[in-house]
Design a protein around this ligand. Structure first.
Ligand code: SDX
Length: 435
């Protein structure tokens, strides 16, 4: 086998260094020995936005962006979406193996036992204005749960970690539904633990005066599949935040809230809501070409297109497109689908997007389904955050159990002033004079 090393010559000093290569990487700390003199701190890597930096070793999710492959614990996403339930996949992500029937039954019972939220938690929600964005309410309320379960701060205790993981998985649909109901001025609907995870979520969203909510099985299954597709995605922006905040041993509630805050950005999980705004702005199939030309001339982006890792079709987008057809059988076809299909067709044939390897991502079609199911676009990112809570927690758990991990604290390249003296107040020139 070839020698797994890099030999690097520092042309500043003429010194040569041999660095071990592991899994195609070198340790950044191995660069520190490269110095121009005893005062030199040593060489570092400079990688804004971590375009080419592995921050951890993880066994949870594998993505091959060039081939459009996504696997959770080795299982192709297509098989999991077809053959499993979301709670089954949640168990897989957290434990590394698919559950047996007995394990799944016990897991479902455990999650159902924790779907209620403390009555005081509902009071956090009533403090929001009726038109507060559901994602803002979700982030704040999840963080507030930290005050309801003070023992959650003992993050190094496996039993406490397990208890909080179950509580969060069980409660995020309840919180999400309450955020939605608060906006509409509707009374909160308590969880119905006779229903499945997705059916209970629809129950808490949409039950009104009927004594028992009965979810449409096609919509419940579609939601379950969408939850599976959104559950994890290796070291994306919000997961990076979960690991970073968790690395200080902050509790899982404030860590999930921080991750959800990252997800809310329009370049990340907030894109699904932006896709609907974009399709509304385009208005009709006839306007698609003009909109694409506007984007190509540098005005805005095609929301729901492009990805840092996928340079091929996002496998989740393909499954979501199939799921949309199932949903439309029940809800009627969302007219925006025609605009989206026309937009996709034009973009996939246009050199601007082909050259930049821009394909539809997970957010491109999900909003069209959610809207057809009756969700307001403002809820779309909350629908992303519910399943991604499992991925964040699985990654958090893996980080805590990784002996190599410690508090995250990157370095920087300093570009500011050298040492200088304070000028007396009366002698200072105004900032404008310094331009
Ligand atoms: C998610 O990381 C994950 O795994 C995330 C996620 C997950 O499951 O966690 O998959 C979920 O966040 C999906 C992405 C949702 N975001 C959007 O759909 C927003 C629109 N997409 C872009 O903003 C963008 O594609 C990103 C943010 C997704 C990726 O950005 P990168 O990797 O930083 O790429 P870039 O911005 O440097 O773009 C490279 C080029 C640029 O053009 P040039 O400067 O070379 O001329 O491609 C262009 C960009 O302008 N470009 C786009 C574009 N995305 C990139 N041009 C038009 N429309 C777009 N959508």
């Amino acid at each position: 086998m070839a020698d797994q090393t890099f030999t690097i010559t520092d042309n500043r000093t003429g010194q040569t260094f041999t660095l071990p290569v592991t899994d195609g990487t070198i340790r950044a700390m191995d660069l520190r020995q490269m110095k121009t003199g005893p005062e030199d701190f040593g060489a570092m890597t400079y990688d804004p936005a971590f375009l080419n930096t592995a921050s951890c070793r993880s066994a949870i999710t594998f993505i091959d962006g060039d081939r459009g492959i996504l696997r959770y614990r080795g299982y192709p996403i297509e098989e999991l979406a077809e053959k499993c339930s979301f709670l089954e996949v949640a168990w897989l992500l957290l434990h590394g193996e698919l559950p047996t029937q007995a394990e799944l039954d016990s897991w479902i019972a455990e999650v159902k036992h924790h779907t209620m939220i403390h009555e005081t938690t509902k009071k956090f929600l009533t403090g929001f204005r009726y038109n507060a964005h559901p994602m803002t309410m979700f982030i704040s309320t999840v963080a507030a749960l930290s005050s309801v379960y003070p023992e959650c701060k003992h993050v190094l205790d496996p039993a406490i970690r397990r208890q909080e993981i179950v509580r969060l998985i069980a409660k995020v649909p309840t919180i999400a539904a309450y955020c939605y109901r608060h906006q509409l001025g509707f009374p909160y609907v308590y969880p119905d633990n006779e229903l499945s995870y997705p059916e209970n979520f629809l129950n808490m969203l949409w039950r009104m005066a009927e004594p028992k909510y009965s979810a449409n099985p096609v919509l419940a299954r579609a939601l379950d599949i969408l939850f599976i597709l959104h559950a994890d995605h290796e070291q994306n922006c919000s997961t990076n935040v979960m690991r970073c905040v968790g690395s200080s041993q902050a509790d899982p509630y404030v860590s999930v809230a921080a991750a959800a805050a990252a997800l809310s950005g329009p370049l990340h999980g907030g894109a699904n809501e932006e896709v609907l705004r974009m399709l509304d702005e385009i208005g009709s199939v006839e306007n698609v070409r003009a909109y694409v030309d506007k984007v190509k001339s540098g005005h805005g982006k095609l929301m729901g297109f492009g990805h840092r890792v996928y340079k091929n079709y996002d496998p989740r987008a393909r499954i979501i497109k199939w799921t949309a057809e199932q949903v439309f059988e029940v809800t009627g076809r969302n007219p925006k689908l025609e605009i989206a299909l026309a937009l996709e067709k034009i973009a996939l044939e246009d050199e601007y997007f082909v050259k930049r390897k821009l394909y539809p991502n997970v957010d491109f079609y999900s909003g069209i389904i959610y809207q057809a199911m009756g969700f307001d676009p403002a809820m779309f990112t909350v629908l992303f955050a519910i399943p991604r809570t499992v991925g964040w927690l699985a990654q958090w758990q893996e980080m805590i159990q990784d002996p190599e991990q410690k508090i995250s604290r990157p370095r920087q390249v300093y570009t500011g002033y050298d040492a200088r003296k304070v000028v007396p107040l009366a002698e200072r020139a105004p900032l404008t004079m310094k331009a």
